[in-house]
Design a protein around this ligand. Structure first.
Ligand SMILES: Cc1ncc(COP(=O)(O)O)c(C=O)c1O
Length: 439
C-alpha cells in the first residue's frame, strides 16, 4: 500500500492538499484541540467557529494584501454551491447593483414618491441599455455565460470575445484586447472572465489593461479564480468580485470563497423592486443563500457553514502566510512558475513527442494540457491516443496519478496546483523525458 509521500497526484480538482494540513484536520475531525468533540459536530455559531472564520479572512487579506476594514474594504464570504453557484450569484448580484444605481438616479431626477415613474424609467433603461459582458476563453467561462443567459435572457449577454473564433474553433488562445467588443462600461453591469480555464489549460496572462481603473459607476469586474486562487499576486482593488471553489488550491469541496468590494453590497436592491421588473428581467433575484449582501451581513453564517471544510482552507491559507512571510502570495507565484516552467520546458524540448495544446501566450501555470504525437510524425494534427494511454499507464506504475485530460478534450493534463511539490514535478519531468525516448 503506497503512503501519501509515495504518490504524486496531478488531478485537476479535487486536488492534493499539503500533508500536514490533512493530518491536522484529520485530528480536528475526531477531537478538535482536545475538546473531546470533532469540528463537524460543533455549532457554526460557536466562538471556535468564529475564530476559524476570522483566521481565514485575516490570512487571505494578508496573502492578497487587501483591507478588511475602512473606505476601500473588501468582504470575504464563504458560501456553498461551488464555482457553479457563483456563475449564477455573480450575474444576479451585478445586475441587481446596476438596477439599483439606475433606480437611485431616477429617484434623484424625478423626486421621491414617484414610484411608478421610477419603475417605468428603469424598465426602459434595462430594455435599451443593460448588458453583461463575458470574455469566453474556455469551457468554464462559456458555462458561466450560458447560465447568465438562462437566468436573465440571452439578449442581455454580450460575449465580448469568444476565443474559439481566433483559434480554429477550439479554446487555446486569448484574442488580443483590442479585438474585444466590450460594452460601454457605463451600460455594462459587469465584465466577467475565468482567470484560469481548468479544462483547456488557458490562463489570463495578467489583468486586462482595458479594464484597469474602473470606478463605482462602471460595470463590475468579476473573475472566477477557482483553479488559480492564491497562486499569483494581484491587485484586489481592480476587481469587484473574485470567487473560487475551494477544491483546488484552497481546500476541499463544499465551500466557495468570495472576495467582494464592500461598497457594492450597499447597492443591493430590494426584492420587491426587482419583482416589478420581472417582465423585462426574469430571475434577477438570487436565492437568499446566494445573496452576497445577506451573507456579508451575517458574517457568512446566515445558514449552516461547513466549518470543517473552512478549517482546512484556513490551515492552507495560514501555512502559505507562514511559508512565504513578507513575500506573501508572490512567494507562491514564484514557486508555481518554477514548477510550470520545468514541465513546459521539457514538453517544448521534446517537441517531436509532445504538443502543448494552448498557445504559448496563454499557457496556464496550473493546468498543463498536452497531447502525445504519433511516433515519427511531425504533423501536430495527429495525436496518438494509444500512446497517450501507454503514457498514463506507465506514469501510474511510477505512482504519477491523475494525469488524464478532461473527458471533453482528451489528451493529458498535469495540474500544478499549490500543493503539488517540486519533487513530484521532478518525477513527472523524468517520466516525460523517459517516455519521449522510449515510450
Ligand atoms: C475554473 C472553474 N470554475 C468553476 C468550476 C466549477 O466548480 P464547482 O464544481 O465547484 O461548481 C470549476 C470546476 O472544476 C473550475 O475549474
Amino acid at each position: 500500500m503506497p503512503t501519501r509521500d509515495q504518490i504524486s497526484y496531478f488531478g485537476a480538482g479535487p486536488a492534493p492538499l499539503p500533508t500536514p494540513v490533512i493530518e491536522e484536520s484529520a485530528k480536528a475531525l475526531v477531537n478538535f484541540e482536545d475538546t473531546g468533540l470533532g469540528l463537524s459536530e460543533i455549532s457554526h455559531r460557536s466562538p471556535t467557529a468564529n475564530k476559524i472564520l476570522a483566521d481565514a479572512k485575516s490570512a487571505l487579506s494578508i496573502l492578497y494584501d487587501f483591507p478588511l476594514e475602512g473606505e476601500n474594504a473588501y468582504d470575504v464570504l464563504f458560501m456553498q454551491g461551488g464555482g457553479t453557484g457563483e456563475f449564477s450569484a455573480s450575474v444576479q448580484a451585478c445586475v441587481g447593483w446596476w438596477v439599483e444605481r439606475r433606480r437611485r438616479r431616477a429617484v434623484a431626477d424625478l423626486g421621491e414618491g414617484k414610484e411608478d415613474e421610477v419603475i417605468e424609467r428603469v424598465r426602459k433603461e434595462i430594455k435599451e441599455e443593460l448588458k453583461v459582458d463575458y470574455l469566453v476563453t474556455g469551457s468554464w467561462s462559456l458555462k458561466a455565460s450560458q447560465e447568465a443567459a438562462r437566468l436573465i435572457g440571452s439578449k442581455y449577454i454580450n460575449v465580448a470575445t469568444d476565443a474559439r473564433k481566433a483559434n480554429n474553433g477550439k479554446f487555446g488562445k486569448i484574442p488580443q484586447e483590442k479585438e474585444w467588443q466590450l460594452t460601454d462600461s457605463k451600460k455594462s453591469a459587469m465584465v466577467y472572465w475565468c482567470d484560469n480555464e481548468t479544462v483547456d489549460g488557458v490562463e489570463m496572462p495578467s489583468f486586462p489593461e482595458s479594464l484597469k481603473g474602473r470606478g463605482e459607476d462602471d460595470g463590475v469586474v468579476v473573475a472566477d479564480m477557482s483553479s488559480n486562487f492564491v497562486s499569483r499576486k494581484l491587485n484586489v482593488k481592480d476587481y469587484g468580485i473574485i470567487f473560487g471553489g475551494a477544491q483546488k488550491n484552497l481546500g476541499i469541496a463544499g465551500i466557495t470563497v468570495i472576495i467582494v468590494r464592500r461598497s457594492l453590497l450597499a447597492l443591493t436592491p430590494k426584492a420587491d423592486f426587482l419583482q416589478r421588473l420581472s417582465d423585462v428581467l426574469p430571475s434577477a433575484i438570487p436565492p437568499v443563500v446566494f445573496e452576497f449582501a445577506t451573507i456579508a451581513k451575517n458574517n457568512s453564517l446566515y445558514n449552516t457553514l461547513p466549518i470543517f471544510n473552512l478549517y482546512i482552507a484556513t490551515l492552507v491559507l495560514q501555512s502559505l502566510v507562514k511559508t512565504f512571510e513578507e513575500k506573501k502570495v508572490s512567494g507562491q507565484e514564484e514557486l508555481a512558475n518554477r514548477k510550470a516552467e520545468l514541465i513546459y520546458d521539457t514538453l517544448d524540448k521534446y517537441a517531436d513527442a509532445y504538443h502543448v495544446v494552448p498557445d504559448k501566450s496563454a499557457r496556464s501555470r496550473m493546468n498543463i494540457c498536452f497531447r502525445i504525437k504519433s511516433r515519427g510524425e511531425g504533423d501536430p494534427g495527429t495525436w496518438d491516443e494509444a500512446r497517450e494511454k501507454a503514457f498514463l499507464a506507465s506514469a501510474e506504475k511510477k505512482n504519477l496519478m491523475g494525469l488524464k485530460g478532461h473527458r471533453s478534450v482528451g489528451g493529458i493534463r498535469a495540474s500544478n496546483y499549490n500543493a503539488v511539490t517540486m519533487p513530484s514535478v521532478q518525477k513527472l519531468v523524468a517520466h516525460l523525458v523517459e517516455f519521449a525516448a522510449t515510450g
